[in-house]
Structure formats: C-alpha cells, structure tokens
Design a protein around this ligand. Structure first.
Ligand code: RNT
Ligand code: ZN
Length: 409
C-alpha cells in the first residue's frame, strides 16, 4: 500500500519507480571479503607487515577459515537485495599447502570458484602486496632490490592468470585490482626513480594480454608509515591507466578529506573506458569505516547515474570495522550503496537538467531540496520485499541472531 502511494507521488514528478527498481536489480556490487576477518587472510605462513592497513577492534565472531567466511558471506548476501560479486584477495587462498606469494596457482583458489558457482555470484581478485616479510620496507614493485621486485612481479602475474581462469569459469570477467603500499615515511631524495621502478614492474607484470580478466590500478595519497610519499599516487596511476588502457580504481579514502571523489568520476571517464570504485568512508584519514547513506555516497551515486556511467563503472566496497558485527557491517554498507543508487535512479533528470541548462539555479535548488521529501523509503522497502530480504526491525533481529550464533568463535 505504501508503495502504491509512493509510486503515484514519484509519477507526479515524471519518475517511474518500476523502471528504477528494474535497473537497481541488475547493478552488482563487489563485496570485499576482507571485512569478514579484519584483513587477516588464510595463509599458513603469516607475514608481519600490515602495509598501513589497520583494522581496529576485537568484536567476537571474526571468520577464522574459509568455511566460516563463506557462511558469513552467505548470510550477508541473503540480506542484501539483488545478485552481487565477491572481491577476493590472494591472501585468502584455500589450501593445506603453504605456497609463498610467488608460488600461488589457480588450484589454491578453486574452492572459491566452486562456491561462487553454487551461490551464483561473480568473483573479483587482488594480488596481496602487504602482510608479508618481503613487504616489510613498504616497498614492493618499487623496491630498489631487483630480486624483491621480481618476487612481487611474479606474484602479480600469477594473480592475473588466476583471475583470468576465475573469469572464464564463472562466465564473467574478473577484475584484478593492483594496490601496492609502496612509499616513504620521510622525505625521499628521488621520487622519480621510485616511480620509474614501479612503472617498469607494472609493465612487466601486465605485458601479456589476458582474456576474461580486467586489470585495475589503485592510487593512494598516504598511509600509516608512508606519510611523506606514496609512489603510486593519483597522478601516477591516472597517467598509467590512460597509457596502458587499464581500469583506474578510485578509493574514497585515498584522497585529501576535502576532495570530492564523486567529482572525479566524470573527469576521468572522459579519458578512461572503465572505472573501478572502492566505496569507503574515511574519517580524518583512510580509516575505512563502514559506509553510511551520507552525502559522499549519495553524490557518487548521483554522478554514476547523471553521467550514465553505470555501464562502465564497477562498484566495489572497501571498508573494515572490527568493533561491530562484521556481517552487519557488510549488510549495512552494501545496502547503503544500493540505497544511494536507488535515490539517484528516482530523480527527475530531465527537469533537473533543464533548470541547469537554463541557468535557473533557483529552480535547480528548489528541485533538489523538494525532492529530498519524496518517499524513496517505500520504494526501497518494495525492492527488498520483492527480493525476499528483510527491512527495519526484522532486519535488526536477523542481524542480531546471526551475530549471536558466531559469538563463540
Ligand atoms: C588500501 C587499499 C586497498 C586495500 C585492500 C585490502 O589502502 O584501499 O584497496 O584496502 O586491498
Ligand atoms: Zn581500496
């Protein structure tokens, strides 16, 4: 009933709620595996370096092995409307063997593919250039030592092969996203030589074209331990992606806090065919808080829809909070991304554009503010109901019950 009233109200503005629901149904979000276990991974040999990535908190229920992580993910997907993807890191191998990073093979990950087939999701992948003794200097592909660089080049090349096979098995291209922690704590003497080494390593790693997979490169401003210089900065990777036709990954936590990351989408989209997003929430630094339905995320969704970028932007999430239920974090964060997309899909774009093109900024402002009062929540509830996914109090009690079931881990 509430939905029918909402539908009529949106129709008055010329907005078709059914069309919005249909579009939202087919927007996959790549859910990041690392929220489930605080970015620890399942390698038998553990490294020592965190690469500047810090999960804080000790809430009970952390997934300790692939079976627990999969169970948690299945619960999360069951509470997220639509069909999505899993974004896996190389450190999440599932094997009794202890391959080093330069020895990993598809078979160490094939159980993930079998599971993905069963659950009906696609996979994305990432080389892991941190949490390893050979990354302790916070230098990997840009390390001055050729031997260390070769080790990491081999790791990255192997992840590309694995991603290609995952993509082929699942019939959906697998994105292999490259993020390296490389940088300097204090002011470097020669930034250029470090960047030239990173470029040369990437060139070697990416030399061979692979089917069924897409390469992405992720920039960053700074990290804990690399405050003075990040080798793979935004300008570095923007240029690299354009020159080499890779995807550019924009992580919302990887820029100065006053920068508007949504504004970057249309700018880079003119030079790049495809983009990857790491939707995140930095507080004062790249803190990776669970994303809210806040202005930043709404602005991102607005840009994706207004610039018609949904067909060539891959939406991935990147946050990890160990102080709250990890499954609730996934469900809340992913749903917030979807809610933001729904709000954007429910806008009367023709009217908004007409006001702007006529330079009638009063009308534009009146419109954007009045639109905020439309009952988008009723449309969201309808979308969830059609997907057999709970909302409101039922969602809260389901999340609580699941968390209670994993407390004793
Ligand atoms: C780190 C990057 C990167 C990682 C994941 C785990 O600052 O954001 O995307 O969060 O690879
Ligand atoms: Zn990221």
């Amino acid at each position: 009933m509430g939905y029918e009233i909402a539908k009529a109200q949106f129709a008055e503005w010329g907005v078709d709620t059914e069309a919005a629901i249909t579009l939202l149904q087919d927007i996959p979000i790549s859910v990041h595996c690392w929220q489930g276990d605080d970015v620890v991974g399942f390698e038998n040999q553990k490294g020592t370096s965190g690469g500047g990535i810090q999960a804080t908190g000790n809430h009970p229920g952390r997934a300790r092995n692939p079976a627990e992580l999969r169970a948690d993910l299945e619960f999360a997907y069951a509470n997220i409307p639509g069909r999505h993807r899993l974004n896996l890191h190389a450190m999440y191998m599932d094997t009794d063997e202890s391959p080093d990073r330069d020895e990993i093979e598809y078979r160490h990950f094939s159980s993930w593919v079998d599971w993905a087939k069963n659950v009906g999701i696609g996979l994305d992948f990432n080389p892991t250039f941190f949490a390893h003794p050979k990354a302790d200097d916070n230098l990997t592909l840009a390390h001055p030592d050729q031997g260390i660089r070769d080790f990491w080049i081999e790791h990255g090349s192997r992840t590309r092969d694995i991603a290609a096979q995952m993509g082929a098995e699942l019939g959906s291209p697998c994105i292999n996203n490259i993020w390296v922690p490389d940088g300097y704590k204090d002011l470097p003497i020669d930034r250029f030589v470090a960047r030239a080494r990173l470029e040369a390593s990437l060139d070697t790693m990416l030399a061979e074209t692979k089917p069924e997979m897409l390469d992405a490169v992720e920039s960053k401003l700074f990290g804990i331990g690399v405050e003075a210089c990040t080798v793979g900065s935004h300008e570095f990777y923007l240029g690299y992606a354009i020159r080499n036709n890779t995807l550019l990954c924009l992580d919302m936590g990887h820029f100065h806090p006053t920068e508007n990351i949504a504004d970057k989408l249309s700018a880079v989209a003119l030079s790049l065919p495809e983009i990857l997003l790491h939707v995140s929430r930095p507080i004062r630094w790249d803190s990776d808080h669970v994303i809210l339905l806040n202005d930043d995320v709404l602005a991102m969704a607005h840009e994706l829809v207004s610039a018609d970028l949904l067909g060539r932007t891959h939406i991935g999430l990147d946050f990890f909070d160990a102080t709250i239920s990890r499954t609730a974090a996934w469900v809340i964060g992913t749903r917030n991304m979807q809610k933001a997309l729904l709000q954007a899909l429910l806008k009367p774009w023709d009217q908004l554009r007409a006001a702007e093109d006529a330079l009638d900024f009063t009308a534009r402002l009146t419109l954007t503010e009045e639109l905020k009062d439309l009952p988008y929540g009723a449309v969201w509830n309808e979308f969830c109901a059609r997907n057999n996914v709970p909302t409101g109090l039922k969602l809260i009690s389901d999340l609580d019950a699941y968390q209670a079931s994993v407390m004793d881990r």
